[in-house]
Design a protein around this ligand. Structure first.
Ligand code: OSB
Ligand code: MG
Length: 375
């Protein structure tokens, strides 16, 4: 394969309203501010990535603004210094930057560029093994249980294979009770986004065991691997970790401690495709099922998620769903669609496999910066 000669990256912030507000235990999102990264090589070829940092530091410590700063001021110069020539070298080149995984994840645009130059679909370039992925949905907290039931029914009608409900203290067991009573046989899980504590909430969390849940996602704080291990010993429902796992080392610690039985992998949270693959390989080796999480991405981040969901070990339905659930009009063409069986057919054209609508991105851009790469 020919080596890359990186020339520059273009950062853009776009603003895009969500079709409907998305509420979690840590807050409500109505408009997304999104950092899109486009990397160019000296021939003019380019690849796209999406930084999945949120507007505020509430899911994790990063924000669109911190990721922008880290990307422009540190990621660019480190890539230049390392004279990165393959996508596989990016992770090591950026290792001096502590934390800030989402900022690092944005420049995984380089994988799209490399796959395009190699004229291969990104998923094959990454080592994917399936041409169709299984999809679930994440449903935010709703005003009333009736709206929640309607939403669940609607998503099931669309074919989605797994329903995940967002929960928070006071809006938890009774929601699951009602949804389970109405839909006795569906594959159901809950996501607490770290809203509970072992000491205060054990009796509440234990009650979920009655409802045959596929998993409870991230009940406790991100750093609480020890408490998650204690909690897992107290409950039958498998714990899935999201926020807690930002590296291969975290996955290994969680496994060795018994903090979870399932892992949610997000490209941005772990800092890029290389770390995704390290965690996925570790999980396969140790028999831990993984699935791909979502961060309310545009089509660019969604396309990367589709590609990584084809890797071995991604055996559970992910949170990767149709563009139309989020946006009136996506920034890729065609938009991501889901079959009646709740699957996404993986694209067969080079790179991320979707056309990026540059005119639409231009129209949505509120900030831009060009960062030189390469000497
Ligand atoms: O915890 O998985 C999460 C959205 C934003 C931040 C964190 C999470 C989520 C979701 C939505 O659950 C997943 C999606 O539909 O993109
Ligand atoms: Mg989660």
């Amino acid at each position: 394969m020919t080596n890359l000669h990186l020339e520059r990256m273009e950062l853009r912030e776009i603003e895009l309203p969500l079709k409907s507000p998305f509420e979690t235990s840590f807050g409500c999102t109505t408009r997304r501010r999104i950092l899109i990264v486009r990397v160019f090589d000296k021939t003019g070829a380019s690849g796209y990535g999406e930084c999945v940092a949120s507007e505020g530091p509430f899911y994790n410590h990063e924000t669109v603004d911190t990721a922008w700063l880290i990307t422009a001021k540190y990621v660019g110069p480190l890539l230049t210094k390392a004279q990165v020539e393959t996508a596989g070298e990016v992770n090591a080149a950026l290792a001096p930057i502590r934390g800030n995984q989402m900022a690092k994840g944005g420049v995984e645009a380089i994988w799209d560029l490399e796959a395009k130059i190699a004229a291969r679909p990104l998923w094959q370039h990454l080592g994917g093994v399936r041409d169709e992925i299984n999809c679930g949905v994440s449903i935010g907290l709703q005003e009333t249980v009736e709206t929640l039931i309607d939403k669940v029914a609607h998503e099931l009608d669309s074919g989605y294979q797994r329903i995940k409900l967002k929960i928070k203290p006071g809006k938890d067991v009774q929601l699951v009770e009602v949804v389970r009573a109405r839909f006795p046989d569906i594959t159901l899980s809950v996501d607490a986004n770290s809203a509970y504590s072992l000491n205060g909430d054990l009796s509440v969390v234990k009650q979920f065991d009655q409802y045959n849940l596929l998993m409870i996602e991230q009940p406790l704080a991100p750093g609480d691997l020890v408490d998650h291990a204690k909690l897992q010993r107290e409950i039958k429902t498998p714990i899935c970790l999201d926020e807690s796992i930002v590296s291969l080392a975290d996955a290994r610690h969680a496994n060795e401690l018994g903090s979870c039985r399932i892992i949610n992998i997000k490209l941005g949270r772990v800092g890029g495709h290389t770390e995704v693959r390290l965690i996925q390989a570790y999980a396969v080796k140790h028999g831990i099922p993984v699935w791909c999480g979502g961060m309310l991405e545009t089509g660019i981040g969604r396309a990367h998620n589709i590609a990584l969901s084809t890797l071995p070990g991604f055996t559970l339905p992910g949170d990767v769903s149709a563009s139309a659930r989020y946006w009136d009009e996506d920034i890729i063409e065609p938009p991501v669609t889901v079959s009646r069986q709740g699957t996404i057919k993986v694209p067969t054209t080079p790179g991320i496999g979707y056309e990026v609508n540059e005119a639409r991105i231009e129209a949505l851009t509120v900030r831009r910066e060009t960062v030189r790469l390469g000497a």
